[in-house]
Write a protein that binds this ligand. Structure first.
Ligand code: NOJ
Length: 765
């Protein structure tokens, strides 16, 4: 639907006809028309107005709304973020459209990472669904709700491949695999931007963090990245490229350095690669305060130098610092930055505003005042059914001894654990405009499921952590985690008393959402010790023990896994999380999720990822040998491998059938398997296809995901799944940094996880 700009604006437009061409109009949505329009507009702009376009301001204590309005009027701001109601946004847009000289509309952005009002599972959980339709659903609903709040842009998707579970931000990404992350990122961009970012219910995406943020050393946030070009191009860059090829209008620049150069100062990255090679036409935005940080990175001696380097390296818009506005005017006067460079950056900002349709209708995502929701948090604005559907698909069943699950909706069930009744934690980090009291905790979800059928007992059993330092860290900015004042032993005793009355114990343990967030790196991956003690006490009751994990990273849970009869990985599952988990616990939904990350046995195994290179001395489980690559003090390999996840039914996979033993140069070949649901229940699973190039000019990974299909099979049903393999699937970056497919033998592995596969071969001619 197309809205007509407000009456007050129409009046001011009528009074200033000379400016009519920059004001709402009927500009065709073509690149040619856009370029002509923006060039004309640039000619009318003063240097200060151009520099104003490069400033992105975050509304907050440092920049209260009132101060921002004054800056808008003076054309000192190009875009705003962290404002999420139509009223606030309209007031600011009114300032720009009524009082600024050229009446250039602002755009409004926010971190819509896994939902806006309705919170979906965190991205790591979405990746566990291996379901691109589900991801698109999340993208569409999130964009709808964000656009309905007046937003034009989101800082998403985050496609930083990460093999570093200590890094808290892995929760915002799609796991350790390049292919899966690329597919997820592409789907998210397509869904959020829709046919056009200018559409009423689309938002423009800003893929982040360009580049390689997921590879920060030691998993310590904001830390250094040092990487070979081969690994960079083979494993870490493709997801950004996939999101850009899908049309993402924005790129957020990473905070880390790459091989010594901060991304914010990296003209190779932002110009040579992004613009010249990848032909990116959209906007680059620094991450929060990153231009200032160039001084601390040690590549700029003072603010002027930081600004000069960032702009010349290709950072168009500065997020949340005043450096561009403060120092660019002088830099231009001194000739250190050229007007052409300012024009380029301002052009990129104006281009995306054009692409967002803002020059046609600056209120396109706002509509008339009368259409504003009376209550921004109204229940009617949520998409609960979609959230529940996606959350169920993202849950991974890790263990199910003697079919402990699904539970019966009868008898007595004890639900214990610090995360069982937390509406805040279940939403996860970056939960945008989501409201905790609208989310369904696990306790509520299980109550809904068992009402009138079973007796449900509840006890907290432990705080998330007993460590005062960690409690303070989690509650630094908001009272996010409530701390029970009972003694730890008392809490355990109370929980054990309930457990003893029950037929089965469900323990909701893991991390608070704040433990898997930006700046939430951990040096260990354990479940906090006080929660471990709780689990041991519950186990000692002799009751069947179901562990429901809530967490934003793979955890090392060897002991807990041993104790538990069943383990369900639920990540942070969003507004409808409690209902979705209950659906799985009671068998109303048959779990189908698969891990997008390997689960290390201990922190010492990191990095541990499935697509590693072979070594000259591989460890052999069957014939252990001292002089092989392994840790002598641990079982080798992950506790749970990449791609792994169980179901309440069983599936079998037939041997692989190749359409031909050879693949012609630049041709294709097909690999097929027949998957059968050999169990008693209907269920979905994910068929995964991996390739391996056993002899090449450089060592190639032991396996790499190159295709997957999620299929639904009724009990007893079979389906043939075919993967088409083309030359791109065989290509890699060789020592000379050429992207090549080398002739020779290739191994094909197809299975329901990365370990148990059916194998075949073909020859690439
Ligand atoms: C900093 C984070 O690194 C980035 O991901 C986020 O989008 C911005 N802050 C804005 O909130």
């Amino acid at each position: 639907m197309k809205w007509i700009y407000s009456v007050s604006l129409a009046v001011s437009l009528a009074m200033q006809p000379a400016l009519a061409e920059t004001l709402p109009g009927n500009h065709p949505m073509t690149e040619q028309a856009r370029d002509a329009f923006v060039n004309q507009l640039l000619k009318k702009m003063t240097l200060d107005e151009k520099i104003g376009q490069l400033r992105l301001i975050s509304v907050g204590p440092d920049n209260p709304k009132e101060a921002i309005r004054d800056m808008i009027q003076k054309s000192q701001v190009g875009a705003i973020f962290n404002t999420v109601t139509r009223q606030d946004i309209r007031a600011m847009q009114d300032q720009a459209m009524q009082l600024s000289r050229l009446k250039i509309p602002l755009f409004f952005a926010f971190d819509v990472i896994h939902g806006q009002r309705t919170i979906f599972p965190i991205p790591l959980a979405l990746a566990s669904s291996w379901d691109l339709d589900a991801v698109k659903e999340v993208g569409r609903v999130s964009a709808y709700e964000a656009a309905d709040d007046g937003l034009n842009m989101t800082w998403a998707p985050m496609v930083d491949v990460s093999r570093e579970p200590r890094w808290g931000r892995g929760s915002e990404g799609f796991g350790e695999d390049t292919w899966l992350t690329s597919e997820m990122g592409r789907s998210m961009v397509q869904a959020m931007q829709g046919k056009s970012a200018a559409d009423r219910y689309s938002v423009m995406t800003s893929v982040k963090h360009f580049a390689l943020y997921g590879a920060v050393e030691g998993g310590r946030d904001y830390n250094t990245v040092d990487m070979s070009p081969q690994r960079m191009f083979q494993d870490y860059l493709p997801p950004y490229k996939a999101s850009l090829d899908a049309g993402s209008g924005g790129v957020m620049v990473a905070l880390n350095s790459i091989n010594g150069v901060p991304a914010t100062a990296d003209s190779w990255l932002l110009k040579d690669l992004l613009r010249d090679k990848w032909k990116f036409k959209g906007i680059t935005i620094s991450d929060h305060g990153a231009i200032k940080e160039l001084i601390k990175h040690g590549v700029a001696s003072d603010p002027q130098e930081a600004v000069r380097i960032a702009l010349k390296s290709g950072v168009d818009m500065s997020m949340s610092d005043e450096y561009y506005s403060k120092y660019l005017p002088d830099l231009v006067k001194r000739g250190d930055v050229s007007m052409a460079e300012i024009d380029d950056a301002a052009r990129h900002v104006l281009n995306v505003k054009y692409d967002m349709g803002l020059f046609n209708d600056p209120y396109s995502h706002l509509g008339p005042k009368e259409s504003d929701p009376q209550d921004t948090n109204a229940e009617s604005r949520l998409h609960r059914a979609e959230a529940r559907d996606v959350a169920r698909k993202s849950i991974v069943l890790l263990k199910n001894r003697l079919e402990t699950l699904p539970l019966k909706k009868s008898g007595t069930i004890a639900l214990i654990g610090p995360l069982a009744d937390s509406q805040r934690d279940i939403m996860g980090s970056w939960s945008a405009a989501g409201v905790a009291k609208q989310s369904v905790s696990l306790l509520q979800g299980m109550r809904n499921a068992t009402e009138g059928k079973a007796t449900l007992l509840y006890e907290k059993g432990a705080n998330v952590s007993d460590n005062k330092g960690i409690q303070d860290f989690l509650n630094l900015y908001e009272p996010a985690v409530s701390i029970d004042t009972r003694s730890p032993q008392q809490m355990i005793d109370d929980a054990v008393a309930k457990a003893k009355q029950a037929d089965v114990v469900v323990a909701a343990v893991g991390e608070a959402q704040g433990m898997a967030h930006e700046a939430s790196s951990r040096s260990d991956l354990i479940i906090p010790p006080n929660q471990q003690r709780l689990l041991a006490a519950l186990k000692a009751t002799g009751k069947p023990l179901v562990i429901v994990l809530m967490n934003g990273r793979p955890l090392s849970i060897v002991n807990e896994d041993r104790m538990a009869d069943a383990v369900l990985e639920t990540w942070f599952s969003g507004t409808e999380g409690g209902n979705a988990i209950a659906d799985v616990l009671f068998g109303d939904y048959n779990p189908s999720g698969k891990l997008p990350v390997s689960f290390p046995r201990s922190v010492g195994q990191i990095p541990i990822y499935y697509n590693h290179l072979p070594t000259g001395r591989p460890y052999n489980f069957a014939k252990p040998n001292k002089y092989t690559s392994h840790y002598y003090d641990a079982v080798n390999g992950p506790l749970y491998p990449f791609g792994y996840g169980l179901s309440y039914t069983t599936f079998t996979v037939s041997p692989v059938k190749m359409s031909s033993p050879t693949m012609a140069r630049d041709g294709t070949v097909e690999a097929s398997v027949t998957v059968t649901n050999s169990g008693q229940r209907d269920g979905a699973t994910v068929v995964q296809m991996y390739l391996n190039d056993p002899v090449a000019s450089i060592s190639r990974p032991v396996q790499e995901l190159r295709g997957f299909k999620r299929i639904m099979l009724k009990a007893g049903e079979s389906q043939t799944v075919t993967f088409k393999i083309d030359v791109d699937a065989l290509k890699f970056w060789n020592q000379q940094m050429q992207h090549v497919a080398e002739p020779g033998k290739f191994n094909v592995m197809i299975g329901l996880d990365s370990v148990r596969t059916e194998n075949a071969q073909f020859n690439y001619l």
